[in-house]
Design a protein around this ligand. Structure first.
Ligand code: GAF
Length: 390
């Protein structure tokens, strides 16, 4: 069930009262987009994400006992467990919250359980990081109600560790970082090695960020993601035999790949060439932004898509179709698949006056060719995780 975004805090508050007769603290934690720099985070490169105006809203209140009581507004079912028996639920959403509790318990012994009600308007499975948003919301909420004194960066790491260790997806740091640190109107240029970051204003004069949702999520998404990561690590190992100072693909060059990786494994070489090129592409794209050269920036987005499709092989027919349908449209400045891949959304920079017509045109063609109804979200860049005062 979906609700109007502005209603969420009120609906959660009311549901909380109804279920637990308590006044909930409400946390908002947003989804993310990423303009360019895909699969570069776990290779210690750079990314250029931003938090958006689609978010998870989570109400929380401590309990007297050690019970954990969770309720999903959108899926309309609850899940209960105990602080002393946290294990994987085998269900759709509880693991994102329980993984965070498990991480926190590594350094704090919590004395009290808690009640949670949550919901939101981040479409699940669309590649907008609803899971990272839920992890960040949970981490921020527990930190607040139990006065745990974690810095925001520690909460990001904790949320990422929950996804890596409990959920089992070896994701990088981008999604949790963007959700936690997002800032209205600003992209985040994040160095995933040093975790230094800078806000970069998005020169969106007359340009809208339009997400076109394939509505598909192919099942190999998380296994292929972990496999890509392993291939990158394999490439680094081969290079390290001669260049021990190369710690990740961030430090590798095309020459090193040619000389040391290609002779051993063509597939590992192909994956690694994409990453090395993508890290450089992001740096160039940041210069384009600084020069307010959105046309060149947009071209690089198309190049990223081509690399993700042909070299990294994480795209799918539906994503390729959505990019092909806008590729020669003069009102589209740039487009590409976004996030981990194998489904979800494309991100498109579109001239404002052309947005409605473009969505209609692409939606019709997508329906004709796939039989699936495409969805479109025109998103704004918003602040990151925080509590809501209503
Ligand atoms: C997913 C992961 F969670 C991120 O860490 C990142 O690797 C992304 O895919 C690809 O850029 O969203």
């Amino acid at each position: 069930m979906t609700h109007n975004i502005s209603d969420y805090p009120t609906i959660i508050r009311e549901k909380f009262q109804q279920l637990f007769a308590q006044e909930a603290l409400i946390i908002r934690s947003p989804g993310r987009i990423n303009l360019i720099g895909e699969h570069t985070d776990y290779n210690m490169g750079f990314v250029l994400p931003a938090a958006i105006n689609k978010a998870i809203y989570l109400g929380i209140h401590p309990r007297e006992d050690r019970l954990i009581s969770l309720y999903s507004l959108d899926y309309q079912y609850d899940y209960q467990t105990n602080l002393d028996s946290i294990k994987r639920s085998g269900k759709l959403w509880p693991d994102y919250l329980l993984g965070v509790v498990e991480q926190i318990q590594k350094s704090h012994s919590l004395d009290h359980g808690f009640n949670i009600v949550f919901g939101g308007d981040i479409p699940p499975g669309a590649g907008l990081s609803s899971s990272a948003a839920l992890e960040c919301a949970t981490a921020y909420a527990l930190n607040t109600i139990f006065n745990l004194n974690y810095e925001k960066m520690a909460l990001v790491r904790l949320a990422q560790a929950a996804e890596n260790e409990f959920v089992g997806v070896k994701c990088g740091i981008m999604d949790q970082f963007a959700s936690m640190f997002g800032k209205k109107g600003q992209l985040i240029r994040l160095d995933c090695r040093s975790l230094e970051y800078a806000f970069v204003p998005f020169h969106a004069n007359n340009i809208k960020i339009v997400l076109l949702d394939t509505r598909v999520k192919h099942s190999l998404a998380s296994s292929a993601y972990n496999e890509r990561r392993e291939q990158c690590e394999a490439g680094v190992k081969l290079i390290q035999a001669v260049h021990p100072d190369v710690l990740s693909l961030r430090d590798a060059t095309e020459e090193m790949l040619l000389e040391l990786v290609k002779p051993v494994s063509e597939i590992v070489y192909t994956r690694c060439t994409f990453i090395v090129a993508e890290i450089q592409r992001l740096l160039n794209a940041c210069n384009d932004l600084e020069n307010k050269d959105m046309q060149t920036f947009g071209k690089r987005m198309f190049e990223t898509h081509a690399g993700l499709k042909d070299l990294y092989e994480v795209s799918c027919n539906e994503l390729d179709l959505l990019v092909d349908l806008v590729k020669n449209d003069p009102d589209v400045i740039g487009a590409r698949m976004m996030g981990g891949g194998f489904g979800g959304c494309t991100i498109n920079l579109v001239k404002t006056e052309a947005v409605d017509a473009l969505i209609k045109k692409v939606g019709d063609a997508y329906r004709d060719q796939t039989g699936t109804e495409m969805l479109a979200y025109v998103v704004e860049i918003e602040d990151g995780t925080g509590s809501i005062v209503c």
